[in-house]
Design a protein around this ligand. Structure first.
Ligand SMILES: C=C(O[C@@H]1C=C(C(=O)O)C=C[C@H]1O)C(=O)O
Length: 343
């Protein structure tokens, strides 16, 4: 992968966009290097899509405006370091207040579920290459990426959540929610089962007009690094192949990252979180390449700036949420990224 890393550094020097990514359980690192610095708006053309949580505009490094490279991922030695994980009491109080506010609105019947998040700023100058190599190797079952655009910035992450896969007329997706630290025999509480069921029900409801022959798995436990989630896999066949794009924006953002109903939960998030999620909980991945699309939800991610990194973490709130427990859930998600950051 030396060639890809070399090209990536050259693109940064020239301030040209690129993306490096590896699919779950794959040992192949893929890259698209854009030929100019245009911020190309996604309108269904083929390439690598990068979409925000809430804005109407999504972006793409298009196939027709970039060069593709693919190489094997080489093993590196990783020593274990963990950046500061002391609890920020002010951030804890702020988040718990936000969660309480969400619960009040659930009790007021404004919505049934809302996903609330926070941004954690770590004031370090990160070695992005070393960090990305650690991320690639540490989270092999995740979709791992590094995205750079001079007009967007640099983002990287290792997400466990597929948003949409399209292969010909077949689509597949997952409903992923509920979080606890992974251990051998774990038990899910009613609250977690319910918040995951909201995601399944929403997805099935939204895709139904577009598809036939829906297959839905039983919910099962999925491991994501040191965490465990509840997952249901959903697949179906498009009635019209051209409707994949429409279906995509119908399901995004799902109640795994926004809430239910979507409109009310979204309004609450935008008004109350107090910061801009930007591309966190948006989606990214290949669109319409060789008749396939493979998109993921942008979670367990960070935004890399010159002298600091911004980490983004959130969790699903329902009527049974305990604000302190939800805060510690975001702390656990934070550790996923803090563990691999090399300064
Ligand atoms: C919102 C995040 O994760 C999502 C929320 C989850 C939850 O509420 O339990 C679990 C997995 C993801 O769908 C995040 O990682 O920031």
């Amino acid at each position: 992968m030396q060639r890809i890393l070399y090209e990536a550094k050259t693109q940064i020097k020239k301030e040209l966009p690129f993306v490096l990514y590896a699919n779950p359980n794959s040992n192949k690192l893929n890259a698209y290097f854009q030929k100019n610095d245009e911020l190309e708006v996604f309108k269904g053309q083929s390439g690598f899509v990068f979409a925000p949580f809430s804005n109407t505009e999504s972006y793409i490094i298009s196939l027709s405006n970039s060069n593709f490279l693919s190489e094997s991922i080489e093993e590196i030695e990783i020593e274990n370091i963990l950046l500061d994980i002391s609890i920020d009491q002010k951030a804890k109080k702020n988040f718990e207040d936000l969660v309480n506010k969400g619960i009040v609105e659930i009790n007021n019947n404004l919505f049934e579920k809302v996903v609330l998040s926070r941004k954690v700023v770590v004031p370090v100058k990160m070695d992005f290459e070393a960090t990305f190599l650690r991320l690639l190797q540490s989270y092999n079952t995740a979709f791992r990426y590094l995205f750079y655009h001079p007009k967007i910035g640099m983002w990287m992450g290792a997400t466990p959540e597929q948003l949409l896969k399209v292969e010909g007329d077949k689509i597949s997706t997952v409903a992923l929610a509920g979080t606890q630290l992974y251990k051998d025999s774990l038990i899910w509480e009613e609250k977690e089962l319910q918040e995951q069921q909201f995601v399944s029900d929403f997805i099935i409801h939204e895709i139904t007009p577009f598809v036939k022959n829906i297959t839905i798995s039983e919910p099962f436990t999925a491991k994501a690094g040191t965490l465990a989630h509840i997952k249901t896999t959903i697949s179906a066949y498009l009635k019209e192949k051209e409707s994949a794009n429409k279906l995509l924006f119908q399901i995004h953002p799902t109640p795994a990252v926004c809430g239910l109903p979507k409109k009310e939960a979204m309004a609450f998030v935008l008004q109350n979180e107090g910061y801009d999620r930007k591309f966190y909980s948006g989606f990214l991945g290949e669109w319409n390449i060789k008749d396939e699309s493979n998109l993921f939800v942008n979670l367990r991610c960070m935004e890399v700036e010159e002298e600091k990194i911004n980490l983004y973490v959130g969790c699903g709130i329902t009527k049974d949420s305990n604000p302190e427990k939800e805060f510690f859930e975001t702390e656990n998600k934070l550790v996923t990224m803090l563990k691999i950051i090399k300064v």
